[in-house]
Design a binder for this molecule. Structure first.
Ligand code: GDP
Length: 464
């Protein structure tokens, strides 16, 4: 009800798949006999054989780390992978992931309970011996029939760690290949670390393509549907969202969200401020200032002194989100000290300024979560390129934002300062560069029509 724009309709296949996933989470989730049995097997270190029966429960543990935007993208990706492969999704509750959202699956929990036998799973990294890439390299697992042990009859481990972090190796990235998925399918426990939106990579896997096409007839809505299904702010965060919305955004004719991603150590940048004003004014998102008002004192009776007939009808509420207050203060002063050419009234607000990114701080993450959600409630969205914080807001909103590009020429304001994103989907920043079928490097955008490079990160991939 807080959104003025309706979201996209999910396909009936997606809806029925979600119900199936919920049933699976209930049947195999924490507290069930099946879960206890699977844990015992994991403790024993042995797999249940080289093929898993359809009724057996399989699990995907998603590790939560880095900023909130990263964590949300990683969880959404893990959920889609779990749904595609019939696995129960369990989320690592550290880093506040257990403190921000409601349980998405009725009558069960998606949080990995305490006492998980792989004690150091949160420290798994590129060098973990059980990573899928390392097990392939060390021939603990084979995907082909070459060698002494044919692939189909090999003894598989009880778990494998899927390392899809920024430093993933070529072997780690074989995860996105169909023949590797045929092996992974038979490993009961997977633990996945990624800070990215890996979904475009799943669309590259031939084995998933038919099902993905049925689930998402519009490929640019994947994150939109998954995020709206999965991430419901808990009561505390929801209070932050609704109180702020009602106080500052609800009555404006139009609300504009501007996400300004800066870092704690970065000085305030007049160039970035110029980029924000140029972008918003050139694209008609915010009004230009009245020229006469900028140059000289306004004579009595001139248009600037005339009150708009209905001020509420012409009002815009701008919500800036940023770690620093300076950009918001400058914008606010600008629209206080000068009249607008259109006669519109512009109110500028910012919910918080946390100064720098805190780790493991509950109230900081609550605010970040509320602000992402609030951005998604605005009518028009301006984001900072390459920021996962902005990606989540645009996906929840279901809009193509105006993206402020990163400067490529020192700190000079990019020209154009921003552009309309090609789709509402997040960008996969670290896609695999290997073509599984051709067994060599190939640009995937050449083969898959609904995958493109990202405007804000040309090496990245996104669904369009
Ligand atoms: P990314 O680093 O831009 O991709 O976004 P992330 O969300 O992954 O990490 C940035 C983190 O810094 C956030 O999760 C917040 O903890 C903090 N942060 C950055 N910008 C803001 C902001 O505008 N508001 C708030 N409250 N926190 C922010």
């Amino acid at each position: 009800m807080y959104r003025r724009r309706p979201g996209k309709q999910p396909s009936s296949h997606l809806v029925s798949k979600l119900r199936q996933q919920e049933a699976l989470q209930r049947r195999c989730g924490p507290g069930t006999m099946a879960y206890s049995h699977a844990l015992e097997q994991l403790k024993s270190g042995k797999s249940s054989g080289n093929t898993i029966a359809a009724q057996d429960c399989k699990y995907l543990v998603s590790i939560s780390y880095r900023g909130l935007g990263n964590r949300i993208l990683a969880t959404a990706s893990a959920f889609l992978y779990a749904m595609l492969t019939g696995r129960v999704l369990l989320v690592d509750p550290s880093n506040e992931m257990g403190e921000l959202f409601c349980e998405p699956f009725p009558d069960t929990s998606w949080l990995l309970p305490p006492g998980f036998p792989l004690e150091s799973y949160t420290n798994f990294s590129i060098s973990t011996a059980e990573s899928y890439g390392n097990m392939l390299r060390n021939k603990v697992i084979r995907t082909d029939a070459a060698g002494d042990v044919p692939a189909a009859s090999q003894q598989l481990p009880a778990f494998s760690y899927v390392h899809l972090d920024h430093d993933a190796t070529e072997q780690d990235n074989l995860f996105f290949c169909d023949e590797d998925q045929r092996v992974l399918r038979n490993i009961s426990w997977l633990v996945m670390r990624t800070d990215s939106y890996i979904v475009p990579g799943l669309f590259l896997d031939k084995g998933f393509q038919d099902e993905l096409a049925r689930l998402f007839p519009e490929p640019d809505t994947v994150f939109h549907h998954i995020s709206r299904y999965l991430f419901h702010p808990n009561n505390h965060v929801w209070g932050l969202v609704t109180r702020y919305y009602d106080a500052y955004l609800a009555t404006a004719r139009q609300s504009v969200g501007i996400q300004v991603r800066v870092f704690g150590s970065q000085p305030n940048s007049p160039e970035l401020l110029e980029q924000i004003t140029k972008c918003t004014q050139k694209q008609g998102l915010l009004p230009e200032l009245l020229a006469a008002d900028l140059q000289a004192p306004t004579p009595r009776g001139s248009p600037a002194a005339v009150r708009p007939a209905s001020r509420a009808a012409k009002s815009k509420a701008v919500m800036v989100t940023c770690l620093k207050p300076w950009y918001y203060e400058e914008l606010k002063s600008m629209y206080w000290e000068h009249a607008t050419a259109s006669g519109e009234v512009v109110a500028v607000h910012q919910p918080s300024h946390e100064e720098y990114q805190h780790f493991g701080a509950r109230s900081h993450d609550h605010k970040a979560c509320a602000e992402i959600y609030l951005l998604s409630l605005t009518d028009v969205l301006v984001t900072t390129g390459r920021s996962t914080f902005g990606y989540v807001a645009q996906g929840l909103a279901g809009v193509r934002p105006w993206v402020m590009y990163k400067p490529t020429n020192g700190s000079a304001v990019p020209d154009p300062p921003c552009g309309r994103d090609v789709s509402m989907e997040p960008c996969f920043h670290m896609p695999p560069s290997y073509d599984c079928r051709l067994k060599k490097w190939r640009d995937p955008t050449k083969d898959v029509p609904y995958i493109q490079h990202c405007d804000d990160a040309f090496w990245g991939l996104k669904l369009v």
